[in-house]
Every structure is written in C-alpha cells, then in structure tokens.
Write a protein that binds this ligand. Structure first.
Ligand code: FES
Length: 127
C-alpha cells in the first residue's frame, strides 16, 4: 500500500506499526420508524456492510477492516461510511456503490467523487 497522506498522520516514533492500513466504518445505527433524522440501518446499511466485508475479502485487499459503527452523526445523508486514516466520507446506497468505493478508493487509492460527502453536507441544526 502506498504511503498515506502525511497531512493526516499523527504518528510518533514511539507508536507501533498500524495493525490495519485502513478502517472502513459503516454506520449501522437503527432508529425507530418515523424518527426525524432517520437512520442508516433503516436505509439498508446492514446488508451493505455485510456485502462490503465479503467483497473486501474476495478482492484480497489486505490489511483493510470493515467495521460496523454506531451513529456517525450525519444521519440525513445515510447510509454513510467513513474511511480512516483519510477521514473520507461516502454515501453508499447500492452494491455497485460499494464495489466502486472498494475498487477506486481502497484498491486504487483514488476517490469516488460522486459518492463523497463534503464539508457542505451538514445535517440540519449542526452547521
Ligand atoms: S444513523 Fe447513520 S450517521 Fe446517524
């Protein structure tokens, strides 16, 4: 894997090497039906997480970990996921979106601009 963006590195010489190169946190928070913010699980994120885990393994992506996350506080844009250490956020609604994120972002170290959340994607009342 290529070097990660040094601008986001917080490493010190005392740190052990990273156990994983990338963490993909997929929000699987579920709220009751009708909640004003909705939730990622209600929009299908659990199945997308399962698919992402399986595909990452099939693709042999190496030291990459797909994890479930609780609410990431950008519910209105869900289903959302965030990739660290880059801190890049995506809205992924389909298996095809997941395939593209894994291929372009994780494998090829690019970005899937059409699915990225930006600093302009601020939940109501959070700006
Ligand atoms: S429910 Fe997914 S970000 Fe809040």
């Amino acid at each position: 894997m290529a070097d990660l963006n040094p601008a986001v590195s917080r490493e010190t010489e005392a740190d052990p090497p990273p156990w994983f190169d990338l963490h993909l946190f997929v929000c699987t928070n579920r709220r009751p039906d009708g909640h004003r913010r909705g939730s990622c699980a209600a929009r299908g994120s659990e199945a997308l997480r399962d698919y992402m885990k399986a595909r990452a393994k099939e693709m042999g992506l190496g030291r990459v970990r797909v994890n479930s996350a609780g609410c990431l506080d950008r519910c209105e844009f869900g289903p959302v996921l965030v990739i660290y250490p880059e801190g890049v956020w995506y809205r992924a609604e389909t298996r095809e979106d997941i395939d593209e994120i894994l291929a372009v972002h994780v494998r090829d170290k690019g970005r899937v601009r059409r699915l990225m959340l930006t600093e302009k994607d601020v939940p109501p009342g959070k700006g």
